[in-house]
Ligand binder design. Structure first.
Ligand code: ADP
Ligand code: ZN
Length: 824
């Protein structure tokens, strides 16, 4: 008996191993095995059990089978095989992506001493392991043992001692609970309302008074660490004020996972509107058939798509006793979204998101595997949730680019959801206000069933959208200041500012979007024109004002911001391209009384920061929320009556065929945050391209019109959805070698196409990538384009299996294949 083993290595094949008689009962497809590979042992999965091998004498034996029940269920294994085949990735890498991290690094295997062998003869390693276990009580993670014993010897040693009855191994050990984490918070314990009491309390202790008043100005309390290291007050100072009972220090528990704390309080059950009921009926009817198919739900922002999802889940999970998967973009995975599902389905909901530790993720995975939890709400990789009897897979905001994984395997979770649903006889529901044009084309062609919710719930109108022409605005300012004055970029135009002021006065909230972070997106010398670039990447550096540093948004390179030009010595530097940090400064100056929160990558670095910010918005503690695309999705705040887009043109001119589509989607989504409550709302879009069809269509809430115009631009030359693409990227540390390799690879493909007389596949390139250097690696690419996914797949497969880059250890050449790329 032999097995084909998939190893998580970048090689396009599986490996054959022999199965010793004592392991035959456990050796099943989908089970993890430990196998010798090169100089060490590796964990892989059994892809297939086979009777014969091509070269049986060369097959080494499997060392151990690690799963009592296969960790990859058959449906998951089948799905992973499809992904490996379609997206041209090694099956082992796909399985590693699909299953919780703990399973491949064996952190979920545990070992303990079952019987003390006393003085029995043991090898050096065995004795070391026994001594290690003797000193500790209970189950020890194998990962820890592995560190003690070293890389090569661990599993065989454990397995031999297990056979002797000396140790016991538990593949599924205890729940891995990280210890509770706490933080110390200092807060004002006694208010000092009058100047007199202040003088009495502090006398001449100036620093004490400064500390006290700083705390007052930031809301009365703060992390002790922030007060000492961030604000520079000594801990002695805090102690003195605690002694005077003016301040107090408390210990607070940091919630391990705020989703766990979301109360499953029953929300009042909403009755579907007639429009929702029609959509729900169609979906429910489909789930009762053997091939339910794929549905595209195009529902405008605020049309109540979530209630449709919930009613579908009720049918599938409550009435049919099946399970369901809900995918949402990571950014939209807010307590608000999760709370809606938890309110209805309580503890049966598992949440999978990127901030979980490996242990937490494994806990959730297991509760889904065992059937304890029956619904998963999660980001991209939740499409691999290990449940059985899946009745529905829902993909919310299906147009989101983040459903595509940026590294191998480069799968698109929406497409995988469609395939998985078909394989398992589940209904697949794709929802969006602005469907991806691929999905829209599929609906037009009748491949997907189209469902529509064209109006907001309760007859709320979509907010009126007004265009502010930035060119005219600048002209106007130039006229009033005279031609010699340099005109600063318009951050908030007068009309938008007036609207913001009006909301602040009324106690309503405003959202301002700018899809570009930092203060200025590039720095240029006015004298000689030099622009500061990243030394690793071919992109300009962004200026961050508060830290006075330049950073690269691709590789995180940082350097001190310049004061003069290194090339010509002048100190006349200009900081151009407005980013969110600059908007924040501008609105702080323009609206000094407003409570402002900024949400972008720079302010949400801490684990739960973006939940904190949204919590403050929800509680009405923020008047003005500004940020990048992070604030455009999924938020449902009825008190937001104004949305302003600072500059709609950011991104529209990127060298990518989807740039316009993305702009339209972003504008529509962010506009959709306004006027969701009874107070109504309005939207201002600032743009220098007031006649661009993406902006005009967004202004008219006209998705269908936009799609028609955009389709026109994609027909000739054909871009998706009128063709399928494979992007082949060659990268390396040396410019010439990288270019030469890309040319050679493209020639190879070109030879293949002509040699085999392949029809209908075009080769475009090679050429440098739009950003031709990232993290010190040069990047070249070429594209294969075809209207036949089948032919393209065959050519791609042949190339993937047969072609190898010339070896050039100096240039460290690498090849990446991206099928159906979301960005070129
Ligand atoms: P979408 O996801 O389509 O933008 P949501 O699902 O967030 O819209 O719904 C918008 C708002 O309408 C939410 O506040 C939701 O609670 C409310 N809502 C949805 N359906 C109904 C209904 N049938 N009756 C009353 N309110 C509803
Ligand atoms: Zn860089």
């Amino acid at each position: 008996m032999f097995v084909e083993v998939a190893l998580p290595l970048p090689l396009p094949r599986t490996f054959t191993y022999a199965v010793p008689p004592e392991l035959r009962a456990q050796a099943r497809a989908g089970a993890r095995v430990l196998v010798p590979f090169g100089q060490r042992e590796r964990i892989g999965w059994i892809d297939r059990v086979v009777e014969t091998a091509a070269k049986p004498e060369r097959a080494k034996p499997v060392t151990a089978v690690l799963d009592a029940t296969p960790s990859a269920t058959l449906p998951i294994l089948k799905l992973c095989r499809w992904i490996a085949d379609y997206y041209l990735a090694p099956l082992g890498q796909v399985l590693r992506t699909a299953l919780p991290a703990g399973l491949t690094d064996s952190s979920t295997d545990f070992v303990t001493l079952a019987r003390d062998p006393g003085e029995a003869a043991l090898s050096e390693f065995e004795a070391k392991l026994v001594a290690f276990l003797r000193e500790r009580e209970g189950l020890q993670p194998v990962a820890r043992v592995r560190r003690v014993l070293g890389e090569r010897a661990w599993w065989p040693v454990i397995r031999r001692l297990e056979q002797e009855g000396i140790v016991r191994v538990e593949t599924e050990g205890p729940r891995v609970e990280p210890p509770v984490r706490t933080r110390r918070v200092v807060r004002i314990a006694r208010e000092l309302p009058t100047l007199l009491s202040r003088e009495e309390a502090f006398g001449r202790a100036k620093r004490q008074r400064e500390l006290y008043e700083t705390l007052e100005s930031i809301g009365g309390s703060a992390d002790t660490a922030h007060v000492t290291t961030g604000l520079g007050f000594g801990s002695e100072l805090i102690r003195q004020l605690v002694k005077k009972e003016l301040l107090a220090v408390d210990e607070e528990i940091i919630p391990r996972d705020p989703y766990a704390a979301i109360a499953a309080t029953a929300a009042p059950r909403l009755n579907p509107t007639p429009a929702q009921a029609g959509v729900i009926d169609a979906l429910v009817a489909a789930t009762r058939t053997s091939a339910p198919g794929t549905f595209l739900l195009r529902g405008v922002t605020g049309s109540g798509k979530t209630l449709v999802y919930i009613e579908l889940l009720r049918e599938v999970v409550d009435r049919q006793g099946k399970t369901a998967i809900v995918l949402v973009p990571e950014i939209a995975l807010t307590p608000q979204t999760v709370g809606r599902f938890k309110a209805v389905f309580g503890d049966r909901v598992a949440v999978l998101h990127s901030a979980l530790s490996d242990g937490e993720r494994y806990d959730e995975w297991r509760s889904l595997r065992s059937g304890e939890k029956r619904i998963v709400v999660g980001a991209r990789s939740a499409v691999f949730a290990p449940m059985e009897r899946v009745g529905a897979i829902i993909v919310d905001e299906e147009h989101e680019g983040s459903y595509k994984q940026g590294e191998a395997p480069r799968y698109h979770a929406r497409e995988v959801a469609v395939v998985r649903a078909r394989m398992e006889g589940a209904v697949c529901l794709l929802g969006s206000a602005t469907p991806a044009l691929e999905s829209w084309a599929n609906a037009q062609a009748g491949k997907y069933n189209l469902l529509e919710l064209p109006e907001r719930v309760g007859g709320q109108p979509l907010p009126p959208i007004k265009i502010v022409d930035l060119k005219k605005e600048r002209e106007r300012i130039r006229k009033s200041t005279g031609p010699l004055q340099e005109v600063a970029p318009v951050v908030v135009s007068d009309v938008l500012a007036a609207a913001v002021r009006d909301r602040i006065a009324k106690g309503e909230q405003t959202i301002l979007l700018l899809n570009r972070r930092g203060y200025a997106t590039f720095v240029q010398c006015r004298e000689c024109g030099l622009v500061w670039h990243c030394p690793q990447c071919n992109v300009s550096l962004t200026y961050h004002r508060k830290r006075h540093r330049l950073t690269c948004h691709y590789c995180l390179h940082e350097e001190e911001a310049p004061r003069h030009c290194p090339s010509c010595g002048e100190d006349d530097l200009s900081f151009k391209g407005v980013g969110t940090e600059q908007v924040e400064r501008a609105v702080e100056e323009a609206f000094p009384s407003a409570r402002i929160a900024r949400m972008d990558v720079d302010t949400t670095g801490a684990k739960w920061a973006h939940h904190d910010i949204l919590g403050r918005v929800e509680r009405g503690e923020v008047d003005l929320l500004l940020g990048t695309q992070m604030i455009a999705k999924g938020l449902d705040f009825p008190n937001v009556t104004l949305v302003g887009v600072i500059n709609a043109d950011v991104g529209i001119n990127l060298p990518d065929f989807r740039a316009t589509e993305r702009t339209f989607q972003l504008l529509t989504q962010v506009a959709g945050r306004a006027g969701r409550g009874v107070k109504g709302g309005e939207v201002f879009i600032q743009t220098a391209l007031p006649n661009h069809y993406a902006i005009l269509s967004a202004t008219d809430h006209d998705f269908v019109g936009f799609a028609e115009k955009e389709f026109e631009t994609r027909r000739e030359p054909a871009y998706p959805p009128f063709s399928r693409l494979l992007n082949v990227v060659v990268s390396g540390t040396e410019e010439n070698a990288t270019q030469a390799a890309a040319v050679e690879a493209a020639d190879w493909v070109s030879g293949l196409l002509t040699g085999r007389k392949v029809k209908g596949v075009a080769l475009v390139g090679p050429a440098p990538c739009p950003i031709d250097r990232i993290r010190g690696r040069w990047r070249w690419h070429f594209i294969l384009r075809s209207d036949s996914p089948k032919t393209l797949g065959e050519v791609a497969r042949y190339f993937y299996e047969k072609y190898r880059l010339p070896s050039n250890s100096k240039a460290d050449l690498r090849l990446a294949l991206d099928r159906d790329p979301v960005a070129l």
